[in-house]
Design a protein. Structure first.
Length: 118
């Protein structure tokens, strides 16, 4: 049974940084594409970042490109999302994802809340 457990959310001031972590279990992590999505109140879920297992290729939408960085540690079966220069528009619940699709979105964690105050 695949489990994805996010951590690292919290409250931060605009311009600040946070690093989210997602501990994965129940899958062959080194062969898993991993991703992050987010959902703000009243909005649809939005893709944030993804990283391929095969070559470490990363992918970001324009809304976070240059500010967010996804990375992975296969030995720790953990994926990270480093978020810099945060704005109130980044406030959302952030979800860790995996799966065979690209970006991966078949399996989801429970989410972690990120709140950016102005």
């Amino acid at each position: 049974q695949v489990q994805l457990v996010e951590s690292g959310g919290g409250v931060v001031q605009a311009g600040g940084s946070l690093r989210l972590s997602c501990a994965a279990s129940g899958l062959t992590f080194s062969f898993a594409n991993m991703g992050w999505f987010r959902q703000a109140p009243g909005k649809e879920r939005e893709f944030v970042a993804a990283i391929r297992w095969s070559d470490g290729t990363t992918y970001y939408p324009d809304s976070v490109k240059g500010r967010f960085t996804i990375s992975r540690n296969n030995a720790k079966t953990t994926v990270y999302l480093q978020m810099n220069s945060l704005t109130p528009e980044d406030t959302a619940v952030y979800y860790c994802t995996t799966g065979g699709s690209w970006p991966p979105a078949d399996l989801w964690g429970q989410g972690t809340q990120v709140t950016v105050s102005s």
